[in-house]
Ligand binder design. Structure first.
Ligand SMILES: [Zn+2]
Length: 411
């Protein structure tokens, strides 16, 4: 999409038409806040004779050259593509979003994507594809249709260059999101969300664990076979447990523990759940929610079964050995010198948690190492873990010395 020129022969009488067209393109670019200007120049007029159906026709022609940088979206960035699911057993559409790798940081929270709308031409129509465009000046993200997106990717008079990049990005989207091994085993029909979740729970239960689609045979392969067999039904007693867990998973998907809509994965799962039906190509995608839920459930059960307990008395000098489970570092200023501070959470074998805010990353930046600290108990704190929904007792240490580090680590 650089500077270039594009040359073609026209009838001398058409020069004003070309000039008008160039003026129109520049005005359109300016109106849309795009950058770039093109200019038309014309060579000398020549007389040529054409053979038209055996008759000699004399014409005045000239060479037209369009130069300059075509209009491009300096102020805009196409940040995501969305597929709109409208066909199927429900009227409720789903909008599945995939952000482009070179446009990270898309925040979908609070966005209301209208499945038919284009913000550029301001029309509603049936659409299967939408693009999300970010206005770099003010951060606003808006949706446009597949034709209007060309206004934000840059184009020449001859061809919509930017659209080639989008086409490639779309292919990546399909590779990442859709299940290539589909769609015949379930006849390509949409499945109910609850059926897919229940079948996944049942398959994980009978095969002893979840296997991602990168390995074969994957859990999703068995889920598709099970669904195709037609035996999965909420009224069948052997699936009662699986459907009960599916109901819990649906409730979990609705909570913050599952995640925020800012994230397109969470957004897409919620879109499919709201629709109630999953196209066969996205069964594997939905099935991937189940192991995440089961891990969360296990962590929650572990936290509830063996809750972290405070230790010692405030003012005591104690020795504490455990594994570094969390490191958070940040910059702060003492006087005018920037220094890096670090917060460490250290968990011992009994599940007790010590918290130490160090004036420098004395224990490094990594989790997983076992350390022994000697420190003074400053406070007993309660931290509410919103993801697990449990209160966690933490014992705050101060003036710590890491026993295994030779250098003095008093902070
Ligand atoms: Zn449009």
């Amino acid at each position: 999409m650089g500077n270039g020129s594009y040359s073609f022969r026209i009838l001398a009488s058409e020069t004003t038409t070309v000039e008008d067209r160039v003026r129109e393109l520049n005005a359109k670019a300016a109106r849309r806040g795009l950058l770039g200007q093109v200019e038309a120049t014309f060579g000398p007029v020549e007389e040529v004779t054409y053979d038209v159906d055996g008759r000699a026709v004399q014409c005045l022609v000239c060479q037209a050259t369009v130069t300059g940088r075509p209009s491009h979206a300096g102020r805009f960035q196409v940040v995501a593509v969305a597929t709109v699911l409208t066909e199927g057993p429900t009227e409720q559409p789903a909008v599945l979003v995939h952000e482009f790798a070179d446009a990270p940081g898309l925040d979908l929270s609070g966005m209301a994507i209208r499945p038919q709308w284009c913000e550029d031409c301001r029309t509603n129509r049936r659409r299967t594809l939408l693009f999300l465009v970010r206005d770099i000046d003010d951060g606003r993200v808006f949706q446009v249709g597949r034709h209007c997106v060309q206004n934000y990717t840059g184009r020449t008079i001859a061809q919509p260059v930017g659209l080639l990049d989008l086409t490639e990005a779309l292919r990546t989207f399909e590779r990442d999101f859709d299940d290539e091994d589909m769609p015949t085993s379930t006849g390509g029909r949409d499945e109910e969300v609850a059926d897919v979740l229940a079948a996944t729970v049942a398959v994980i239960g009978s095969t002893g664990g979840y296997v991602p689609t990168s390995e074969k045979p994957a859990t999703a392969d068995f889920v598709r076979l099970t669904l195709a067999g037609g035996t999965v039904h909420r009224d069948r007693p052997e699936y009662a447990g699986a459907y009960a867990e599916a109901a819990d998973i649906l409730a979990y998907i609705d909570t913050d523990a599952f995640g925020s809509d800012a994230n397109s994965y969470v957004w897409n799962v919620r879109q499919l759940v709201a629709r109630g039906f999953v196209p066969s190509r996205q069964i594997a995608f939905l099935a991937s929610v189940v192991p995440g839920y089961q891990r969360w459930k296990a962590e929650q059960a572990a936290a509830a079964a063996a809750p972290s307990q405070w230790f010692g008395t405030v003012g005591d000098r104690v020795q504490f050995t455990g594994v570094i489970t969390r490191v958070i570092t940040w910059e702060s200023y003492f006087g005018y010198t920037p220094t890096t501070q670090a917060l460490y959470l250290i968990t011992d074998s009994a599940g007790r948690i010590a918290k130490w805010v160090a004036s420098r990353p004395a224990l490094g930046q990594e989790t997983g190492a076992t350390v022994t600290l000697t420190g003074t108990i400053k406070a007993h704190e309660t931290y509410h873990d919103a993801r697990l929904g449990v209160d966690i007792q933490q014992t705050v240490l101060t003036r710590c010395k890491a026993a295994q580090t030779p250098a003095a680590d008093v902070a």
